[in-house]
Design a protein. Structure first.
Ligand code: ADP
Ligand code: MG
Ligand code: MG
Length: 210
């Protein structure tokens, strides 16, 4: 059975920081087209700090760890995406309280709480051309796979694949939230940077958790 413990979660954040560092220029290019060209540097700055937490601190549990990751992202990423990613991790803490080995049910509950946090904070709807267009289908695919009896790695793989489809789908949309919405019709034809970084986070989860 594949389960995720504190060590897997720290590997997730380390892996994500490495991927974001590698993809920072790409994320910034996406943001240059429809925003202000800082998404890659915002995320790189925050994820490097979040990844360093595990080297300098002992965490009592998964919930304490994701909470600190969330606080770190809120205070270091900045922009629109910092509070959104921060809220995602802060909200994950609820369902992970007292959980040492998280399987599909626990990770699914944490994912749901996190995505609900993104929704509450950003108030984006599906097809507003935001990161929510990656989060929403990812959560749905995770739940469907878990309901079918998939193990954690398989359910996360399905979530990552659905996120990538959602990300690609943002290309044809007109932005209705965030900076890109100022462009109106001119935002069409470009992938949303936040949907791209969310897909990377879920791909990273599929590699490291479970
Ligand atoms: P900023 O736009 O402040 O420079 P970033 O460039 O770091 O911040 O992040 C931009 C991303 O934030 C967008 O690509 C989009 O995915 C996401 N975003 C912006 N506003 C919202 C919102 N209201 N709800 C969900 N996601 C949002
Ligand atoms: Mg930006
Ligand atoms: Mg900015």
């Amino acid at each position: 059975m594949s389960v995720a413990n504190l060590e897997s979660f720290t590997r997730w954040i380390a892996d994500y920081a490495a991927v974001v560092a590698e993809q920072a220029e790409h994320l910034t290019d996406l943001d240059r087209a429809i925003g202000d060209g800082d998404h890659g540097s915002n995320m790189a700055r925050g994820t490097v700090k979040a990844a360093a937490l595990a080297d300098s601190e002992e965490f009592a549990g998964l919930d304490a760890y994701v909470k600190k990751v969330g606080m770190t992202l809120v205070s270091t990423v900045g922009g629109a995406s910092g509070p959104l990613y921060g809220t995602f991790f802060l909200r994950m803490a609820g369902p992970l309280a007292g959980v040492e080995d998280a399987g599909p049910a626990e990770v699914g509950a944490a994912l749901r709480a996190g995505v609900e946090g993104v929704l509450a904070r950003g108030k984006a709807e599906v097809e507003d051309k935001t990161m929510y267009d990656a989060w929403a289908p990812a959560l749905e695919a995770f739940d469907a796979a878990a309901a079918d009896g998939a193990d954690l790695a398989t359910a996360l793989g399905a979530a990552a694949e659905a996120a990538a489809k959602g990300r690609d789908g943002t290309k044809d949309l007109i932005a209705r939230k965030g900076r890109a919405s100022y462009l109106g019709e001119r935002s069409r034809g470009h992938i949303d940077p936040g949907a791209a970084s969310t897909t990377l986070l879920l791909e990273s989860a599929a590699r490291t958790l479970g």
